[in-house]
Design a protein around this ligand. Structure first.
Ligand code: ADP
Ligand code: MG
Length: 328
């Protein structure tokens, strides 16, 4: 399938991508998650053949794509701004890639009907692009990308312009379409909720490198660095000083470290403090603010934030069961 090997890219003497390597397996949806400006779109453009890496290789089924022009790569792309042809109706938008391939009209007709059904737009054939809502336009864009049966699909922040409820339902639809068609996909976003909802595997892009890769559950439970924990808002990040092997002192008390690092006494370490179920140590703080958040309460105090089932009173000193992890 798709494989990137040690991709480098520099713009205006600023390194943007510094040795990116990853692969996408058959039927897998890989999500590239990173802040705005981290180089996600650049990476997709290189895979699409719209831009060249400075060094490194991009292969598909073991074959180097360097000499393969964009239109021969058989990759589909879906962008945030849909990129539909405004002067064509829905049928002609979806049929575009099929007509380019000179398929017989009868077959195009059947394929477009099947695709519109897949994206829940049956009967929309004659409508104008400009008469559709954002969510509908994005469904047309997906049908158009699926039409030529690409070997790989790429999505560049495709739901960025849509509201939250629509986003959630489209994500579910997209996920089932991708699993059903088994087309490998790369989904790019800066929105972690989106990434966690769609990805089989997440790649965290930061300062030109993939700093963490794994399933959503793996990345969430073990972000691997203070930056990633902060970016994912995976818990509270506090600083501690190692006092004895396995013990760390913080402004909230002394905790036990579970890591296998050999920290020297006095060493400063960033710590991730996560709420835990029943087991774990306790952290104590004075409540400063309580916010209603759907089925729970966001409780803040002394620089800490927790989601609790019951609302404590402001001013009260409470204890929360936590796990403390070393982020070094
Ligand atoms: P993302 O999609 O993660 O937001 P991009 O890949 O669009 O990031 O861009 C990353 C950085 O690279 C940006 O700071 C942008 O200004 C720069 N960049 C992108 N394309 C070019 C280009 N053709 N020439 C110069 N700089 C570019
Ligand atoms: Mg981008």
């Amino acid at each position: 399938m798709l494989e990137l090997r040690d991709i480098f890219k520099t713009y205006d003497n600023q390194p943007l991508l510094r040795g990116i390597s990853f692969s996408v397996a058959e039927g897998e949806t890989v999500c590239l998650l990173g802040a705005s400006g981290s180089g996600k779109s650049t990476l997709l453009r290189m895979i699409a053949g719209l831009e060249n890496p400075e060094s490194g290789r991009i292969l598909f089924n073991g074959l180097d794509l360097a000499q393969t022009p964009t239109h021969l790569r058989d990759f589909g792309l879906v962008f945030q701004d849909y990129g539909l042809f405004p002067h064509l109706n829905i049928f002609d938008n979806v049929a575009f890639g099929l007509k380019m391939r000179n398929l017989p009209a009868a077959e195009i007709f059947l394929r477009v009907a099947a695709l519109l059904e897949k994206v829940n737009l049956t009967g929309f054939e004659k409508r104008k692009v400009t008469d559709l809502s954002g969510g509908e336009q994005q469904r047309v864009a997906l049908a158009r990308a699926l039409a030529p049966q690409p070997r790989l699909l790429m999505f560049d922040e495709p739901l960025g312009a849509l509201d939250r409820t629509l986003k959630e339902s489209l994500l579910q639809e997209l996920r089932s379409i991708l699993h059903e068609t088994k087309i490998p996909a790369i989904y790019v976003t800066h929105d972690q909720d989106e990434a966690f909802a769609i990805a089989d595997r997440i790649l965290l892009l930061h300062e030109g490198e993939i700093v963490r890769a794994g399933t959503p559950a793996e990345v969430w439970s073990n972000p691997g660095s203070a930056w990633a924990a902060r970016f994912l808002v995976a818990g509270n990040i506090i600083e501690g000083a190692v006092v004895a092997s396995g013990q760390v002192k913080t402004e909230y008390g002394v905790f036990t470290l579970g890591c296998s690092h050999r920290h020297a006494a006095g060493e400063k370490v960033p710590l991730l403090v996560k709420q835990s179920g029943e087991v774990g140590e306790e952290i104590k703080f004075k409540v400063e603010d309580v916010l209603f958040k759907r089925d729970q309460f966001e409780v803040r105090g002394e620089g800490l934030v927790f989601q609790l089932k019951q609302a404590p009173a402001v001013g009260q000193v409470i204890k929360v069961k936590v796990e403390v992890e070393c982020l070094r």
